[in-house]
Design a protein around this ligand. Structure first.
Ligand code: AMP
Ligand code: MG
Ligand code: MG
Length: 311
């Protein structure tokens, strides 16, 4: 790896390789069948896959980029320490390494970067066998904004002749675009994607006012944003607290690199500085373009926005 490549591009290329290794850990834990489920809070679970994938990602990235501030969902004193050498990834994706770095990011230093890691997004779905909903998320932010991100799907299947390849890695970089999949236009009619395991009356009220032809209930913030990117849905609405910065950083980076927009349900961008609180208290509103984002924002009643803002 040449050091003339700007750090943002190197970090994104490393994150692509690391996410893929973490995805293999997620599959290995499931095949062994010992999930080691812990209840962190109401409707909030952690498994051995969440813990191990996080250790792989944090150990690998912090060895390569010691001054980058990495914040992971499963950060805890119990989940630290040495990791096996085959979990330490030093490779970097060649295609991403050759990307042209946007001019405003060329001078960014390691210490200017905050990385938000969700080692396994969609844990409820993972434990319930909806494996295609599971993603590994690595979001890279600078000056509070998500500028690059990786969404890895450990259970995505591709056939190469008769051989089955597991997993694919989607990435996005501000101004440079997206890769790892084929971007598709939104569906002809209004399809909204939302939570399948964390609904409540507020979430349902926000869905009712959208006048959608279809509601696609899937797990994980990563997988929902993939529904937008692949043309299966045009808007993602979640009018509830519950998502955290590690859920939205990578998806927001990839979506915005593809021309979309992710905010809270008041239309405000979340900030991703290291000192920010973790919860996304005012929900999530994302769309494939500005026009559909404005449509959804205007449909949401003020009283519903006020309820979330004052929670
Ligand atoms: P979902 O859309 O329900 O699949 O959630 C997307 C992400 O936000 C996942 O990482 C969830 O664990 C998290 N999340 C959403 N709502 C809640 C909640 N009520 N409690 C805990 N985590 C939540
Ligand atoms: Mg998550
Ligand atoms: Mg998670």
């Amino acid at each position: 790896m040449t050091t003339s490549v700007p750090v943002i591009v190197r970090l994104l290329a490393s994150s692509v390789s690391v996410a893929s290794r973490a995805g293999k850990i997620v599959r290995d834990v499931m095949s062994k069948g010992e999930l080691g489920i812990i209840e962190k809070g109401k409707d909030d679970y952690q498994t051995e896959a969440d813990r191990s994938a996080q250790r792989c990602i944090v150990a690998s990235l912090s060895a390569l980029y010691p001054k980058v501030n990495i914040i992971g969902e499963e950060d805890s004193p119990d989940n630290e320490g040495d990791v096996a050498s085959d979990w330490l990834v030093s490779e970097a994706d060649k295609e991403v390494l050759s990307l042209e770095c946007p001019a405003n990011l060329k001078g960014v230093k390691e210490e200017d970067i905050v990385v938000w890691v969700d080692p396994l997004d969609g844990t409820s779905e993972y434990t319930q066998g909806f494996l295609e909903h599971v993603t590994v998320l690595i979001g890279i932010s600078v000056n509070e904004k998500p500028v690059a991100g990786v969404i890895h799907q450990p259970y995505y299947k591709t056939m190469m002749g008769t051989e089955k390849i597991m997993g694919r890695t989607i990435w996005g970089l501000q101004e440079a675009g997206v890769g790892g999949f084929t971007l598709a236009p939104p569906p002809d009619s209004l399809v909204i994607t939302t939570t399948r395991s964390h609904s409540n009356p507020l979430v349902e009220r926000a869905l009712q006012v959208m006048n959608a032809t279809q509601i696609l209930r899937v797990g994980g913030a990563g997988y929902k944003v993939l529904q937008l990117l692949e043309g299966n849905a045009s808007i993602y609405v979640f009018a509830s607290p519950g998502c955290k910065k590690w859920d939205t950083c990578a998806p927001e980076a990839v979506l915005s690199a593809a021309g979309g927009k992710l905010t809270d349900i008041l239309g405000n961008f979340y900030k991703y500085g290291a000192a920010e609180s973790h919860p996304n208290k005012t929900g999530v509103l994302a769309a494939v373009n500005d026009e559909l984002h404005s449509y959804a924002l205007n449909r949401l009643p003020q009283e519903l926005k006020d309820t979330l803002a004052n929670k």
